[in-house]
Design a protein around this ligand. Structure first.
Ligand SMILES: Nc1ncnc2c1ncn2[C@@H]1O[C@H](COP(=O)(O)OP(=O)(O)OP(=O)(O)O)[C@@H](O)[C@H]1O
Ligand SMILES: [Mg+2]
Length: 255
C-alpha cells in the first residue's frame, strides 16, 4: 500500500531567547522509510523533541522544511497543519494522553469524530482497532480501569483511527515495565508492517535497538544514521500488506 513519504530537507530550528540564540537543530536531512520504525536517539538537549515538533508540524522551522510527499507541511497555516496531523499523522506519548472521562472506545472515536465520521462508522472503526490490539473486552472501560500497557494500546488504537501515514511515538514505553513495554513494541512493529512510517523518539538505547533505522542526534546535528538490516528481513518491509499485519495482531494481544 502506498503511503505518504515523510522527508526533511536542511531542517533547522533556532530559538531566540533573551540570553542568546539556541541552535536546537541544524542541517537535518532524512527521508523516513515507509513500513519501518525509525528511532531518533540522543542525549538530553540534543534536539529530539525539536525535531519531532517540526516533523509533525507543531512548530515551524527556521531553515529548510518538511514534506509529506509533495505537501510542504512547514508552509501550511497552523489550521492546515492541525488538519494534516488529524488525518495523516498519529501520536503516542509516554503519558498516554487519554481523556480520563471517556471510555477506551470513546477515546478512539474522538479523532474519527473530529475528521467527520458518523456514529456508526466511528463505532465500527473504534471496535475494530480495539479488537486488533487485544482490547475487545475493554472497550467500555475508563482509562483508570486499564493497566498501563492496555492504556498505551488504546492510545495506539486512537493514533490509527484516521488511518495515518506516519505514527510518532515519543517515549511510548517510558511509563511501562519491560514486559508491557515489549507488548507496545510488538504493536509498533505491527503498525509499521502495514506500510506506515513510525518515528520513535527515545533516550532508551534498548528500545531504540528494535528500530529498523536509528538516527543519532548530537548537539542538534544528525551524528549517525544506522540501518539495522536484520529487522527489515524480519518483516518490516514496505511490501508488507494489511493481511500480514493482521496475522501478526495476536502478538499485541492480552497476556
Ligand atoms: N522553546 C525553547 N526556547 C529556547 N530554547 C529551547 C526551547 N526548546 C528547546 N530549547 C533548547 O533546544 C535544545 C534542544 O532541546 P530539545 O527539547 O529538542 O532536546 P531533547 O533532545 O528533546 O532533550 P530531552 O531528552 O531532555 O527531552 C536544548 O538546548 C533546549 O534547551
Ligand atoms: Mg525531549
Amino acid at each position: 500500500m502506498l503511503r505518504g513519504v515523510l522527508r526533511a530537507l536542511d531542517l533547522g530550528k533556532t530559538y531566540r531567547a533573551p540570553s542568546g540564540d539556541v541552535v536546537a537543530l541544524a542541517d537535518f536531512e532524512h527521508t523516513f522509510s515507509e513500513g519501518a520504525i525509525t528511532a531518533v536517539v540522543g542525549p538530553s538537549g540534543s534536539g529530539k523533541s525539536t525535531l519531532l515538533n517540526l516533523l509533525a508540524g507543531f512548530d515551524v522551522p527556521t531553515t529548510g522544511g518538511v514534506w509529506l510527499d509533495d505537501l510542504a507541511v512547514h508552509q501550511r497555516s497552523e489550521a492546515e497543519r492541525a488538519s494534516v496531523r488529524l488525518r495523516r499523522f498519529g501520536f503516542v506519548f509516554q503519558s498516554f494522553n487519554l481523556v480520563t472521562v471517556l471510555t477506551a472506545r470513546q477515546n478512539v472515536e474522538l479523532p474519527l469524530g473530529l475528521a467527520g465520521a458518523g456514529p456508526g462508522e466511528r463505532r465500527r472503526r473504534a471496535d475494530d482497532l480495539l479488537r486488533r490490539f487485544g482490547l475487545g473486552q475493554r472497550a467500555d472501560h475508563l482509562p483508570h480501569r486499564l493497566s498501563g500497557g492496555e492504556r498505551q494500546r488504546v492510545a495506539l488504537a486512537r493514533a490509527l483511527a484516521n488511518d495515518p501515514d506516519v505514527v510518532f511515538a515519543d517515549e511510548p514505553t517510558g511509563s511501562l515495565d519491560s514486559v508491557t513495554g515489549r507488548e507496545v513494541v510488538a504493536a509498533l512493529h505491527n503498525v509499521a508492517a502495514e506500510g506506515r512510517t513510525v518515528v520513535l523518539v527515545t533516550h532508551d538505547e534498548a528500545l531504540s535497538s528494535i528500530a529498523d533505522v536509528r538516527l543519532r542526534l548530537s548537539d542538534g546535528r544528525l551524528a549517525a544514521t544506522d540501518h539495522v538490516p536484520a529487522r527489515r528481513a524480519a518483516g518490516g518491509g514496505r511490501e508488507a500488506t494489511r493481511d500480514d499485519a493482521e496475522d501478526l495482531a495476536p502478538a499485541a494481544g492480552p497476556r
